[in-house]
Write a new protein. Structure first.
Lengths: 1094, 200
């Protein structure tokens, strides 16, 4: 039997009689060894049966497992739980999931699924029964496989890497142990995006050396630019370098840069780095002469220190390997006469067999020479073409990388994954970064400002006068800032660990916070002294709050109780206390202890009148207490997990709670009825807060987002991204105009309360059919269609404040069939002095906007402004009274002079108006169905008109006579746009296509296809480099005009896109949609800084 | 002179949080022990992995300040304390994997002051742990053929069968068995001695 301890109970310096087992018989000793070494049963992970552990690292563990149902063997990677996994580890785990999600290749390990098991992400991968490539290559006579066998298999690995590159995935950690070769010599590339997961314990550490000083990868296989640490400059060629080093080792058994023992840790790492950067590699044939000069050329090209001198793609490397195997000249080798001849002879060896007559040899040589000359020229042409093709491939690959990076950023933005989004954007080639890149960069962080802390803050509190913000941090400090200057006022010792809380007294200068002895301390910021303290809880204090009158302090604890303490009057009125008061701190008297929760109490809150107390606990309940008697007055049940936060509404009638279940619930205090349950977060909600006016609720969660909700409807108001780790706390500023949050990324951030980038009509069922505004966007007029119970209207917005200012016009016109015409056609003059819009009656309303800046930014109530009375009405002289549907304006555009308006009508007529005289100047009948789009082109003084049935005509703006009729587009046109220099025309089509025309010769230059439904609106950026399109498929797309490539797709609208434009400075895109919203898409680096209130 | 005798002990070296190699060795040495004990007390594999991580994180914080006092218990007793505390924290709040509370009790507190009964299975696991380490070390440093014979005996093959398989006499097989067993036992004793050694 195995040895056993001599004494039961706690040992104290006494060892077992013989821990070596020397007293055991041989049989027993061997049995002990067998048992000690038997594999530990791993049990199950979710539904998977764990078979063995095959690797582990700081980031988590890798298992071999059996899948339920199919019974196939799989690999499971499980990320280390919670805070064991840092933000970068989680980001790399997510990156691997994302990368494998888009990669489908027979030589890339397949990802079967990404799941959550017990709240932890796992990645289920294909099990490859094989071995690392270096071990595979060393299996053969004399310790090495045949060269051709190695090259053929390696070329397949290159194909896999090329596939990844085509999807803009750079592996960054290619090495033999990340290329497994199976029993049929097929390679499988694995481990995208993570640090080493090998079973080689020498490379598995708690703090992997390869991560020191920001380096990512494995030093021996990393490219010089990767070692240099400039991750922003890395591109796919860094993987080419790694492939070259691997192949060099496979063929020679040696590392190319001949540094000292590269696997030794510590200072020798610097030697490895230095060697990669500076040492010229030895020629492979110097180590194995049989490799020859061609393989020398291939390998040396692959591991060139300058990226531009390497193979520019993995395909190119694989191509040369295959040429070598086929006996053809390789591109890496210099093209010389002797080289070509040798290749030719080698391929046609039989024709030159020994024993031929001399004459025959001469003849044969003459033939060969002739053939050779022809072949050389042809080969040179082929080589040149291959080089040009390689260049074109490089450019295309670069654009592929850019668009894929942006697609990754869009996906990350939709998923709320800031880290993944930033990683994607980092992958974008720097020289291609344009409007869309900066848009995504800004969208991934909408905070107004941020402060770095030494450690994570778990509790935030703001003083009654709003002057001080306090944060209780994991490192045991409570930090207090002046909110005007953001200077640190105090740093107070508190309790270390998670869940530390802090609260301000209604008396502005008192601060209470949990301390290490399971107690609470009251600190006076005025005198900078401790005034009082209390202890008595049996576990850490998790919540602390003053009563509204400051006379009591309630503490919540993991010991499942709430304690209410009396704050002595002389402490409560400490504003009268002199600084440096020598009086010793008072002990708070315990008023009562509340026991009832069956789990750790996580937080506590007083009602606004102090008569009620609410506690949240790990037993999934919220308990309402009579704060005066300590009696339980209600228990709120509805959450399915630990309740983390609770707060009363400002009027005390409602209460909001949040929990690990990801839900935010609103309750009626009086009867405990659940009023709302909102589910918007993807992880546990850690904190929740009411705005001072009670109209908004803010929630913070471990999905790294902050959300703001309408209290009454539960509708989302804003969703903020920016934190890169779990958000732990959220509070409103005293004026309710800002939010403060803290997160595990060790920052405190400031946010706006409202999302002014989305203008939502009060009647959310109304469609936003069009908009117009001046170049400085000081106002925005939006035409809304009819909604439920509301007429169509034109509403004037202040886009900076995100508020509707006034209703300019309400469409009360009903025509003969009892219907209303939709409002939609609307335009502003280039200088913003005039606004014109279809009235809904077949007339055009026209406003002079000269005094609108006062209206928009001033205090004139909307009701006092009779905007319609100020409008001029443009009507045709022979128009009948009432609604004239035929005269309905479908589109309009101002002529560059700003005083003439061109409108297209349902009757197929084009009309030109003088807006300042409110008169019709002329009318042109086209007779080709309704006019669907009209556009005035400034530089060329031309007007473009698109009709439903007749295509597109070009008119002279002055006459206006037809100058040209364009070839009919391939489908019915829906939209027109022209670049500001007039040289490019874009036509949006009903079949989802976009035609790009060159107006110099009026030729069709390209057709862009990516939308899945009609393209309804278009606009060029002011510099002409970008075209934005809006479609019935609910997306906006951004196009690179010179190449015609789609570069980005923006999601967010819930219905068709009715209008789109760039602002005059090119910094923003504005879009309107049938979902009733107008959105402002920002491209400034710091989003929101020009829009939000300070 | 054997360089091993002049090398600082592992427990001494991990007092430097920046000595990554030492921490790698420490983690490799004790991960299996901690994991197996967690599984023995009933934690699922994934939970055991999380607790193991929790223990290592705590040790990273505590060990640099650790002051060894043999009158207060051996290192493996202290390690038991940390492991048991981590398991208790995990069980009291399974969500603590995502919000681990650092155990603030000082490591040097007398072992006898622990709450709750001592679990003798920890001692068993600790003994098994040293046996595994010693077997691994002896496999690496012994002659290949001898190791092969020993492996067969470990697998349950009888001496007679092993003799036939390897073409050896019974006496030769017995000698191999005894020689390697002696080495393993000697190695265990050295490991235990070193485990409690802090230089300086």
């Amino acid at each position: 039997m195995p040895p056993s301890p001599t004494t039961p109970g706690p040992p104290n310096a006494a060892l077992p009689r013989d821990p070596t087992g020397s007293h055991l018989s041989d049989a027993d000793w061997l049995a002990w060894a067998r048992r000690a070494e038997s594999p530990v049963a791993l049990g199950r992970l979710g539904s998977y049966e764990l078979l063995s552990e095959i690797g582990h690292g700081a980031q988590g563990t890798v298992y071999k497992a059996r899948q339920p149902g199919t019974k196939r063997e799989v690999v499971i990677k499980r990320l280390a739980a919670g805070s064991f996994a840092t933000a970068s580890m989680r980001a790399r785990f997510e990156r691997e999931i994302e990368a494998l999600g888009v990669l489908r290749h027979p030589n890339i390990v397949t990802a079967h699924a990404a799941e959550l098991v017990d709240g932890q992400p796992i990645l289920v991968l294909e099990w490859v029964d094989g071995q690392p490539m270096d071990r595979w290559a060393a299996a053969g006579p004399e310790g090495r496989r045949d060269v051709r066998e190695i090259l053929a298999t390696f070329a397949l690995a290159c194909d896999a890497v090329a596939h990844a590159h085509q999807h803009a995935v750079i592996h960054r950690d290619l090495k033999p142990s990340n290329i497994f070769v199976d029993a049929v010599d097929q390679p499988h590339v694995l481990d995208f995006g993570l640090a080493t997961w090998t079973r080689d314990a020498a490379r598995t550490t708690l703090a992997a050396p390869s991560e020191a000083h920001g380096f990512l990868g494995t030093p021996a296989y990393a490219s010089p630019e990767q070692i240099g640490g400039g991750h922003a400059e890395l591109d796919t060629r860094t993987d080419i370098f790694s492939l070259g080093v691997i192949l060099y080792e496979l063929l020679t058994g040696e590392w190319p840069f001949a540094a000292p023992d590269r696997h030794a840790p510590g200072p020798l790492l610097a030697d490895v780095f230095d060697a990669v950067r500076r040492v010229e590699p030895r020629r492979p044939s110097s180590l194995r002469p049989e490799l020859g000069t061609e393989l020398d050329a291939i390998l040396l090209k692959a591991i060139a220190k300058v990226p531009g001198e390497r193979y520019q793609s993995a395909d190119a490397l694989a191509g040369d390997l295959r040429r070598f195997l086929a006996g053809e000249p390789v591109l890496a080798h210099p093209l010389t006469t002797g080289y070509e001849l040798r290749k030719l002879v080698r391929r046609h060896r039989v024709a030159f067999g020994g024993g031929a007559l001399l004459a025959g040899l001469v003849l044969a040589f003459a033939i060969v020479a002739t053939v050779f000359t022809l072949r050389l020229s042809q080969r040179q042409r082929e080589l040149l073409a291959a080089q040009q093709s390689e260049r074109a491939q490089r450019v295309a690959a670069e654009m592929n990388a850019y668009t894929a990076a942006l697609a990754g950023a869009e996906a990350a933005l939709q998923a709320g994954n800031v880290n993944a989004g930033r990683l994607s954007l980092d992958q974008a080639p720097e020289r291609l970064r344009n409007w869309e890149w900066y848009h995504y960069w800004g969208a991934l962080d909408r905070s107004l400002s941020q402060f770095k802390l030494p450690s994570t803050a778990f509790g935030l509190a703001i003083s009654a006068d709003g002057r001080h913000l306090a944060a209780a941090c994991r490192d045991g400090q409570v930090r207090v800032w002046d909110t005007n200057s953001w200077t640190t006022v105090a740093s107070l010792p508190a309790r270390t660990g998670e869940g530390v809380q802090v609260a301000f007294s209604p008396r502005a200068d008192l601060l209470a916070y949990g301390v290490a002895e399971h107690g609470v301390r009251v600190w006076d910021l005025h005198s900078m002294s401790e005034l009082a303290s209390a202890s008595g809880h049996a576990a850490p204090v998790t919540g602390v709050v003053f009563s509204p009158d400051g006379s009591r302090l309630a503490t919540a604890s993991a010991d499942r109780t709430i304690r209410i303490w009396r704050v002595p009057p002389d402490v409560a009125c400490t504003m009268m206390a002199p600084a440096n008061d020598p009086s010793p701190p008072a002990s708070l008297e315990l008023e009562r202890t509340l026991s009832g929760p069956e789990g750790a109490v996580t937080t506590v809150a007083f009602g606004p009148d102090g008569s009620r107390l609410a506690s949240a606990a790990g037993d999934r309940t919220v308990i309402l207490w009579d704060a005066n008697t300590g009696q339980i007055v209600g228990t709120l049940r509805g959450h399915s997990s630990t309740v983390t936060a609770v707060q009363f509404s400002p009027n005390g009638e409602q209460l909001v709670s949040a929990a690990y279940d990801g839900l935010v619930k609103v309750w009626q205090v009086e009867d405990g009825r659940e009023l709302l349950s909102v589910h918007g977060h993807d992880a546990l909600v850690s904190a929740v807060a009411y705005s001072p006016d009670g109209t908004r609720i803010a929630s913070a969660a471990w999905d790294k987002t902050i959300r703001v909700w309408d209290t009454h409807s539960g509708d989302p108001v804003a969703r903020w991204l920016g934190h890169t780790d779990n958000v732990t706390a959220v509070i409103f500023s005293r004026d309710g105009r800002q939010l403060f949050t803290a997160a595990a990324d060790e920052t405190v951030r400031v946010w706006p309360t409202e999302d002014v980038s989305v203008l939502t009509a009060r009647n959310s069922s109304a469609r936003a059919n069009g908009f117009a505004g001046p170049p400085d966007l000081s106002w925005l007029a939006v035409a809304y269609g009819s909604g439920e119970g509301a007429f169509g209207r034109i509403v004037l917005w202040d886009p900076r404040a995100g508020r509707a200012v006034a209703t300019l016009h309400e469409n009360t016109h009903v025509h003969a069939r009892g219907q209303r015409l939709e409002l939609g056609a609307i335009a502003a003059s280039p200088d913003g002095r005039w606004l014109a819009a279809e009235s809904g009656a077949g007339t055009i309303l026209c406003w002079s906007t000269a005094r609108w800046n006062d209206r928009v930014g001033g205090n004139t109530p909307a009701l006092e402004w009779d905007a319609i009375a100020e409008a001029a009405v443009l009507r045709t002289p022979d128009a009948a009274e009432g609604v004239n549907a035929a005269l309905y304006a479908t589109c309009m555009s101002f002529v560059p002079d700003g005083v003439r308006l061109v409108s297209g009508h349902h009757d197929g007529a084009l009309r030109v108006w003088s807006v300042d005289e409110a008169t019709l100047l002329r009318s042109v009948e086209f007779g080709q169905g309704p006019i669907v789009a009209v556009l005035c082109v400034p530089p060329t003084r031309q007007i473009l008109v698109a009709t439903r049935d007749g295509g597109i005509v070009v008119l002279d703006a002055e006459t206006p006579s037809v100058v040209r009729t364009l070839d009919p587009p391939t489908a019915t046109p829906r939209a027109l746009a022209c670049s500001s220099d007039g040289q490019r025309l874009a036509i949006g089509l009903n079949d989802a296509g976009i035609e790009l025309w060159d107006t110099a010769g009026w030729t069709r230059a390209a057709t862009l296809r990516s939308h899945s439904a009609a393209v309804r609106c278009l606009a060029f950026s002011p510099d002409g480099s970008r075209l934005v399109s809006g479609s019935d498929d609910r997306t906006l797309k951004l196009w690179d005009v010179p190449t015609g490539r789609e570069v980005a797709t923006f999601h967010g609208h819930g219905y068709l896109i009715s209008g789109v434009t760039f602002t005059a400075d090119g910094a923003r895109i504005i879009s309107s949609s049938g979902d009733g919203t107008v959105r402002l898409w920002d491209s400034t680096e710091v989003h929101g800084s020009k829009w939000s209130q300070p | 002179m054997d360089p091993e005798t002049t090398r600082p002990s592992l427990l001494s070296r991990v007092r430097d949080p920046g000595d990554h190699a030492a921490w790698a060795e420490f983690e490799a040495r004790y991960r299996d022990l901690i994991f197996r004990y967690c599984r023995r007390v009933g934690l699922a594999a994934a939970d055991a992995e999380d607790v193991r991580q929790m223990v290592m994180l705590r040790l990273v914080r505590i060990l640099p300040k650790f002051r060894y006092d043999p009158t207060r218990g051996r290192f493996h007793d202290y390690l038991y304390r940390v492991v048991r505390s981590a398991i208790a924290d995990f069980r009291s709040c399974p969500d603590s994997r995502t919000n681990p509370v650092v155990n603030e009790e000082p490591l040097e507190a007398p072992v006898a002051a622990m709450d709750g009964p001592y679990d003798p299975s920890w001692e068993q696991e600790w003994l098994d742990h040293h046996l595994r380490l010693a077997l691994a070390a002896v496999r690496q440093t012994s002659e290949v053929r001898s190791v092969a014979v020993f492996e067969r005996l470990l697998a349950g093959t009888s001496v007679e069968q092993a003799a036939t398989e390897f073409g050896m006499t019974l006496d030769a097989v017995h000698k191999v068995k005894q020689r390697l067993r002696d080495r393993v036992q000697q190695r265990i004793a050295e490991q235990i001695r070193e485990e409690d050694t802090i230089d300086g």
